[in-house]
Design a protein around this ligand. Structure first.
Ligand code: 5AD
Ligand code: SF4
Length: 487
């Protein structure tokens, strides 16, 4: 098993443990690997590991890192939770994400009774909340390993310990300024990949727990990002998604500050790379420079996710979003003027403390004026430790539910109308998979992220195809291929 020119089977485990990263983790991968091999010999079968991911794109990317390390250690991947190693990469952005984890842990405990050598691990945002860890320590004694968002790079070290120690291993850090590069990654897709460009968040929106669980903003150096992208492209990747909680403030804390727009220009130069996406933008930081770069770019996709959260300037102020309804609308106008074909998507919260029917009507007004391609709608969830949780005018659940239903109906009605605008045109589609319902079709995405199904086979996966859109079916298209591009 060779990673970054390091052959894990050649590492001398009798040598002192290296202090430096990532060498230290490679040592522990080799150590855990020998332990897994031994256990596998004893059982006469391979050992299996299952990773379950909750939450956002950041977490999905983190899970690819966990899986890369598990693979290096010698575990076979499985979807089944009746495995030798199960890890939950958790999310805590809303209360129901937490409740799902507790529910499923109960089940895992039962599996472990039947298979006592099973290792159960938990990591991710939820683990950064002290009251969560207290509860796990008290009521879920069967868990072997708990770590947080800042020390994920130490996973190999923790696995090596969990394979030899009986007690519950808990290591949570409050924050970090370290970014460890060059650890193994097991990508979910061969042709597209997420790329972290920054970690953490400094915005402190009053409802949001993310700054408390992901720490302060840290940007990766442009050279590290570009090197990773070049490596991915040489490995068959044609589309990257640049990831950060607020990509528009990328680079501000670097020794040599760089704007996000400048980073995009550099990424665009990568030969062989065909598409660039990014997530998430904060409206307050979206620069004119970025709009210009996007408009000129051949590779940056025609899609912008621009969370609105509320259409009421009064509520936006209480949310600490630092823009008004008018500023948001004006920003949308500038973006549309520069890129008339852009697809805009958003996040909206209903039922924030103090939200009146008038405030809610303001949100509906923005939805009707902007006409989003799609919107993720959320009922406000009270997160302990955030300023909004302490506000005394919380909204009764039945009022929140009623507004949520009305918003969803409006959002879906508009999305359906907006989606059909490209019917009877030819669009470039990146083919992602064989269609799940009909194996004679393939499924891909347009630059603006809309799904398209058209006749084809698995040889097209990972290629860009020109497709004539024959029919719009609500939120996706049916099409026919018009020309084939070289792979
Ligand atoms: N309640 C409801 N939704 C929330 N989000 C973040 N925090 C909360 C909360 N406390 C939503 C926001 C954000 C998305 C990722 O989750 O809309 O953009
Ligand atoms: Fe959930 Fe936020 Fe953590 Fe993503 S960063 S997993 S949305 S809490």
């Amino acid at each position: 098993m060779i990673y970054q020119n390091i052959d894990l089977d050649q590492i001398d485990l009798n040598c002192p443990v290296p202090e430096e990263e990532p060498e230290r983790q490679y040592y522990y991968m080799a150590l855990a690997r020998s332990l897994v091999r031994e256990k596998s010999r004893e059982l006469g079968r391979p050992l299996y590991a299952c990773t379950q991911t909750f939450g956002c794109q950041m977490n999905a990317r983190d899970s690819e890192k966990l899986e890369g390390i598990l693979e290096a250690i010698g575990y076979e991947k499985t979807e089944s939770e009746k495995a030798d190693f199960v890890i939950y990469n958790t999310c805590t952005v809303r209360e129901n994400a937490n409740l799902r984890v507790y529910g499923r842990l109960g089940q895992l405990g039962k599996y472990k009774k039947k298979n006592p050598h099973m290792i159960i691990a938990l990591c991710g945002c939820m683990m950064q909340e002290p009251q969560v860890v207290e509860k796990l320590k008290k009521s879920y004694r069967f868990i072997n390993l708990i770590f947080g968002t800042h020390n994920l790079y130490r996973f190999a070290e923790y696995v090596a310990r969990a394979l030899t120690e009986d007690s519950m291993i808990i290591d949570i850090w409050k924050d970090t300024d370290q970014i460890v590069e060059n650890l193994p990654v097991d990508r979910k897709y061969s042709f597209k990949s997420g790329v972290n460009i920054m970690f953490g968040c400094n915005n402190f929106c009053s409802y949001c727990i993310v700054p408390y669980v992901r720490g302060r903003e840290r940007s990766r150096k442009p050279e590290e990002i570009l090197q990773e992208i070049r490596r991915l492209v040489s490995d068959g990747v044609v589309e990257v998604m640049l990831l950060g909680q607020n990509v528009n403030s990328y680079g501000k804390n670097l020794e040599q500050p760089v704007s996000f727009a400048k980073l995009l220009l550099e990424v665009e130069k990568t030969e062989g790379l065909k598409r660039i996406r990014f997530m998430t933008s904060h409206p307050k930081d979206l620069s004119e420079e970025l709009i210009e770069v996007m408009a000129k770019s051949k590779k940056v996709c025609r899609h912008l996710h621009l969370p609105l959260q509320s259409g009421s300037s009064r509520i936006l102020k209480r949310m600490n979003r630092r823009y008004t309804k008018e500023q948001y609308l004006e920003l949308v106008e500038r973006i549309r003027k520069a890129m008339p074909d852009i697809s805009l998507t958003t996040d909206i919260i209903v039922g924030f403390p103090g939200e009146t029917e008038e405030d809610f009507q303001e949100t509906l007004d923005v939805v009707r004026r902007v006409r989003f391609d799609s919107a993720f709608t959320f009922q406000y969830s009270r997160r302990t430790g955030t300023p909004a949780a302490a506000m005394d005018d919380q909204i009764p659940p039945e009022v929140v539910k009623d507004r949520f239903d009305r918003l969803l109906e409006e959002v879906q009605k508009i999305a359906k109308e907006v989606c059909s605008r490209d019917v009877h045109t030819v669009q470039e589609v990146l083919v992602e998979s064989i269609n799940e319902q009909d194996a004679s079709l393939v499924t891909g995405r347009m630059s603006n992220n809309t799904l398209v199904h058209f006749p084809g086979d698995s040889s097209l996966i990972g290629t860009l195809q020109k497709v004539y859109l024959t029919e719009c079916k609500g939120f996706y298209y049916m099409g026919t291929p018009v020309a084939t591009e070289e792979k």
